[in-house]
Structure formats: structure tokens, C-alpha cells
Design a protein around this ligand. Structure first.
Ligand code: PHE
Length: 366
């Protein structure tokens, strides 16, 4: 081996053994890179005689291998040191307070739907569902609201521009009552269902949002009369508001799909300037609050859905879930329900572990 190469190799190995990551890369380029001196030495092999090449070839390759091995060894040392440094600097201080994890909660509307599903499950009702994109036959016609019926104007409806395959106008359902029709057709009688879900009307102020929630109730059996309706509503409202002194007032009303139709008011009393549900609304200082619509299923619905009106009778009711939540939990602006403001939800939200009943989750399915 010539002395120049020997010195160069020794110098290179010494430099590599002391190099940091940047210097190591610089050495690699200077020695083994395209213009590096060992690469240049390898190129000279081409111009040599076979005898010369037999000696020089292994010699230069030997230098190349020595440098490559030294670089690998140094790199392993540097990597281990870097890891060690990271491990000692990134300590976990167990005395620091844990970072706060955002905690989800059950939305008041879901909570109330769960409570309702549980209350009605105790009375033998099952949960029924229907589509939010409805056709005008299920939403209006089969509910005895004829094409020209003024009742259609009672709801400000969101219509879709296209009709379905059967020429029916498509719309966002304006109430949960079409689930009455779907259940009567699909399940027949007897029937005992509630149908919670989203409904839509073109309306917006402090007590109206374009989307809100209703729960429909429907019972069909032999011999069902108004007394069953009143008892069911009374039992449900006492359980929901957790008060035995809930008093109902049934007022004559009009819905095309019930006959007779009754508007149900609930009595309230003044407690330190606040209206609290409970007590006879006619007592001094008390009053009545309108709560829901209901009535006996109109016999025309039996005809529309193919059930025998001579055999079956029934009652139905529809109530706003958001309104029930506002009354029970003292929330005063309906719009806040759907703003998605985390502070409001945190204030009124219910813990995911704070389920009131075993069947929690059922009501939120719709
Ligand atoms: N669907 C009616 C509404 O949205 C409520 C209702 C339901 C009335 C069932 C009577 C019977 O106003």
C-alpha cells in the first residue's frame, strides 16, 4: 500500500471515530461519494494491467470496506447516544396535574327521548320509526288532509323539487304522524307504539326552530276510548315530570286525523315567581299551559290503511320533545338546543354515565 493512501485512510478513520452526525456525512461524501478519493482510486483500476489490478483491486476495496464499516459503527454509537439523550430529557412528571380530557355528554333532547321511551316501555309501547324525507301521501293525504284541505297550510312545509316514482311530492315530514300511517299499514292492529324523531317546518324564533323533535303515540285495539287516552297521558306526564299532582285539562280542538280532537293543557302554579307544573290550573294564582295535541283516531285513517273501523278504535297524540325538555329542565331558548355551543351543553348536558333507565338509548334511535 502506498504511504499517501495509508495516511489518508488513518486520518479518515480517526475523523470518523470522533465525528458528529453532520461530520460523519461529510466524511462519507468526501471518501465514498462520487468524487470521493476511494471512488477515484477505484476508477484507476480500469487502466491497469491484469497483474497490477489483482493486487490493487483488493487493496482499494479493503480501504473502502474499512471506511464503510467505520461509518456504520460510528452511526450506531451516535444513534444510541441520541436515543439516550431523548429518554433522559423527556421525563414524565407524575406530580403535574393531568391534562384535561374533553368529556362528552348526552344532549338534553336525547336524554328526554330516552326518558320517554322508558316511561312508555313500562306501559307496553314499542318504538317505531319512519323516514324524515316523506311523501305527501303519508304526511298529509292518508292523515285525512286532502289536496285542497286548508289543514295543509297549517304546516309551513319544506318541499323537494322532484316527485317520487308514484308522482307523490316529496317533503321533510312536518310531524311524526306519518309514522301512524306506516305502522298501521306495516303492523296492522292491535298496535301500541311511540315514534320519536326529527320534524321540520319553515319557522324560526325563540320558541320555533326549522327542525325540532316530536314524539307520536298511537294505540289501536278493541274498545279503546277517550278515557284510555286521558289515563295514558296523565300517567306519562306524572312519570316524566316526577310529580303526582299533575292535572290535565282536555279542550276540544281540531286535527284532521283525530275525531274528536283534544288539546291537552297542564295546570301550573306560581312558586316564588316561577311557573311550576302541577296543581289545578283553575285554583287562584294557578294557570293552564298548552302542552300537546291528541284525539281518537279518525275512522277515515282505518279506511286509508285497510283496517276495519267497526272492529278497531284508537287514540293518538303528538308532543314536542324539545318543549318537554325546556319545561322539565328549565331551559328558555329553543334555538340554544341546536346552536352546538359547548358551554350551554356543558351547563345542561347529562353525563353519559348518568343514564336514568336501563333502556336508555332506545329513544334516540329515530
Ligand atoms: N301531528 C300533530 C301536530 O304536529 C299533533 C297530533 C298528533 C295531534 C296526534 C293529534 C294526534 O301538531
Amino acid at each position: 500500500m502506498n504511504t499517501t493512501d495509508r495516511t489518508r485512510l488513518d486520518e479518515t478513520l480517526v475523523a470518523i471515530a470522533a465525528a458528529d452526525a453532520d461530520e460523519l456525512e461529510a466524511q462519507r461524501v468526501a471518501v465514498l461519494g462520487k468524487a470521493g478519493w476511494i471512488s477515484a482510486a477505484l476508477k484507476t483500476l480500469g487502466g491497469m494491467s491484469p497483474e497490477e489490478r489483482q493486487i490493487e483491486g483488493p487493496r482499494i476495496q479493503g480501504m473502502r470496506a474499512a471506511v464503510a464499516d467505520a461509518i456504520d459503527a460510528r452511526k450506531a454509537v451516535l444513534d444510541a447516544a441520541a436515543l439516550e439523550k431523548q429518554l433522559t430529557s423527556e421525563v414524565l412528571d407524575l406530580t403535574l396535574p393531568a391534562p384535561e380530557t374533553p368529556r362528552g355528554s348526552v344532549h338534553p333532547v336525547s336524554q328526554v327521548m330516552d326518558e320517554l321511551a322508558e316511561i312508555f316501555a313500562d306501559m307496553g309501547f314499542s318504538v317505531a320509526t319512519g323516514p324524515e324525507i316523506e311523501d305527501d301521501w303519508h304526511n298529509f293525504t292518508a292523515l285525512n288532509m286532502a289536496e285542497t284541505h286548508p289543514a295543509r297550510a297549517m304546516h309551513d312545509t319544506f318541499y323537494f323539487p322532484d316527485k317520487d316514482g308514484e308522482g307523490r311530492r316529496m317533503l321533510l315530514r312536518t310531524h311524526t304522524s306519518p309514522v301512524q300511517i306506516r305502522s298501521m299499514i306495516e303492523k296492522g292492529a292491535p298496535l301500541r307504539i311511540i315514534a320519536p324523531g326529527r320534524v321540520y317546518r319553515s319557522d324560526s324564533d325563540a320558541t320555533h326552530t326549522p327542525m325540532f323533535h316530536q314524539i307520536e303515540g298511537l294505540v289501536i285495539d278493541e274498545g279503546i276510548h277517550l278515557g284510555h287516552l286521558k289515563w295514558t297521558l296523565e300517567t306519562f306526564l306524572k312519570a316524566f315530570f316526577e310529580r303526582d299532582d299533575i292535572v290535565l285539562r282536555l279542550r276540544p280542538s281540531y286535527f284532521p286525523f283525530t275525531e274528536p280532537s283534544v288539546e291537552v293543557d297542564v295546570g301550573w302554579q306560581d312558586v316564588a315567581g316561577r311557573r311550576v307544573l302541577g296543581g289545578d290550573g283553575d285554583a287562584p294564582g294557578h294557570g293552564w299551559m298548552e302542552l300537546l295535541g291528541s284525539g281518537m283516531v279518525n275512522r277515515r285513517l282505518f279506511e286509508f290503511t285497510g283496517l276495519d273501523p267497526e272492529k278497531w278504535s284508537g287514540f293518538a297524540f303528538g308532543v314536542g320533545v324539545d318543549r318537554l325538555a325546556m319545561l322539565k329542565y328549565g331551559m328558555d331558548d329553543l334555538r340554544a338546543f341546536f346552536d352546538g355551543d359547548g358551554r350551554w351543553l356543558a351547563h345542561y348536558g347529562f353525563s353519559a354515565f348518568d343514564q336514568p333507565t336501563l333502556s336508555a338509548g332506545v329513544g334516540a334511535r329515530a
